[in-house]
Design a protein around this ligand. Structure first.
Ligand code: HEM
Length: 416
């Protein structure tokens, strides 16, 4: 029988999304006792989905498309206009293949070696400072290594401000007013810079290693074989570097977890496997992506509920990571859960679900995990430091969010 989708009583939920932030969908799943409900968002009807079964539906390209799903304000800050995230079918596949070609073990290994060098150099610099803010420092470390890996020349004196610009694009995604404009300006500056590089590469004036991200994006064509515009190639090259810089957010959360649960420090030293559980728990427990959007490709019915073509559908990412039906004691930071937890493409989706090649799942998930493991080991064994009193709380109503202090470290000394 046809079911009516439970309705949020609010006439328009746009303000509630802003007020509640990350737990917006999850709050209503619990109040309405339903993994599916409908709202009005910016004047249009939208359906919210929660849970592994809903994620499986959301990631079936037979039912959903991404074209027209990402708000312009998010495209002009976070990901760039008309980027890989907004395409479907052959056009998406063409671009996604280019990203996935950068994710071979050899290519990732090269990034890890560059990162190891940058962490070491940073530690020596920090030793000469009274105190440092880990979030800012990590952004710079990641930016330097990511650019070197990508084939993007980055003069020393530019590293700080370029890293900051990548960070501002991410910081803008759930923001309005000044935060949005700052992100937009950062994106324009970065696109201008990268577009110049793409043009130089295409003219043969800048040599880049074959198969490097800059080389791959400069040569990328669309599904008809037509070379992407230099601006579009720049946007996709930014889609490689920016999210690597964004790993600074998870690194900062990982530092907080190490500080607040020092008992794990010994376990991390003793057991290589444990480092993986630890970073998976960081990705589960700490918020980054709140929810994802898609539009209904064609009319269909799911669990008796009608989905009309064109309807905006939001999939809950944050809430699934805190659902006790999947994660016992979800609000406890407990890496050991990953020893036994069965992971499917749909029940653990901090960076999207489904499949890498055919769907929209994050191309950089392996890089994120490896980078985090390396950073956790570095924080735990590569340096010694003191953590002065500071405000480590993070605000769930702000998207994205971060520990308020950015994690201040004092008296940093390399150990080796
Ligand atoms: C897509 C999160 C790191 C490249 C995504 C999506 C999420 C996400 C939620 C969307 C999935 C969907 O639309 O279904 C994150 C988080 C990261 C991270 C939280 C950690 C900071 C990275 C890294 C890279 C990367 C390191 C590349 C080096 C991409 C690309 C897409 C994507 C290219 C678009 C995939 C597509 O539309 O097919 N990411 N990501 N991400 N991510 Fe990441």
């Amino acid at each position: 029988a046809m079911q009516t989708i439970p309705r949020d009583p609010s006439l328009d939920s746009t303000l509630d999304v802003v007020r509640e932030g990350f737990p917006f969908i999850w709050n209503r799943v619990r109040n309405l006792h339903s993994d599916i409900f409908q709202i009005r968002l910016m004047g249009q009807r939208a359906i919210c989905l929660h849970g592994p079964e809903a994620a499986e539906l959301f990631y079936d390209p037979a039912y959903f498309v991404r074209t027209g799903a990402v708000p312009r304000r998010v495209q002009t800050t976070l990901m760039g206009l008309d980027a890989v995230q907004t395409h479907d079918g052959a056009e998406h596949r063409c671009r996604k293949d280019a990203f996935m070609a950068l994710m071979t073990p050899q290519s990732r290994g090269r990034l890890m070696r560059l990162l190891a060098r940058e962490w070491q150099a940073a530690a020596e610099y920090w030793a000469g400072q009274e105190e440092i803010v880990l979030f800012d420092e990590a952004q710079e470390v990641l930016c330097r290594a990511a650019c070197a890996w990508a084939g993007v020349p980055l003069p020393d004196e530019d590293a700080r401000r370029r890293a900051r610009d990548f960070g501002l694009m991410v910081d803008a995604f759930g923001g309005a007013g000044p935060r949005h404009w700052r992100g937009k300006r950062a994106r324009t500056r970065t696109e201008d810079w990268m577009e110049g590089l793409i043009k130089q590469i295409r003219k043969g004036r800048l040599e880049v290693a074959a198969g490097s991200p800059a080389d791959v994006m400069a040569g990328l064509g669309d599904a008809d074989g037509e070379l992407l515009s230099a601006r579009m190639a720049a946007i996709e090259l930014i889609n490689v570097v920016r999210p690597i810089v964004a790993i600074a957010t998870y690194i900062t959360f990982a530092a907080v977890a190490l500080h607040e649960y020092p008992a794990y420090k010994g376990l991390l030293r003793a057991d290589e496997e444990y480092t993986e559980y630890f970073v998976q728990e960081v990705r589960r427990d700490f918020p980054f992506a709140p929810f994802l959007g898609a539009r209904v490709r064609q009319d269909f019915t799911w669990r008796g509920c009608r989905f009309d073509k064109g309807t905006l559908v939001l999939l809950d990412v944050y809430g699934l990571n805190h659902d006790p039906r999947v994660w016992p004691e979800p609000n406890v930071f407990w890496p050991d859960r990953f020893r036994h937890q069965a992971i499917s493409p749909y029940n653990f989706i901090p960076q999207g679900g489904g499949y890498y090649d055919t769907g929209h799942r994050c191309a950089g998930e392996w890089i994120t995990i490896e980078t985090l493991k390396q950073a956790v080991t570095f924080l735990n064994t590569g340096i010694r430091y003191e953590v002065p009193a500071q405000d480590l709380r993070y605000d769930l109503t702000r998207m994205p969010t971060l520990p308020a202090s950015g994690f201040v470290m004092r008296q940093v000394r390399p150990t080796g």
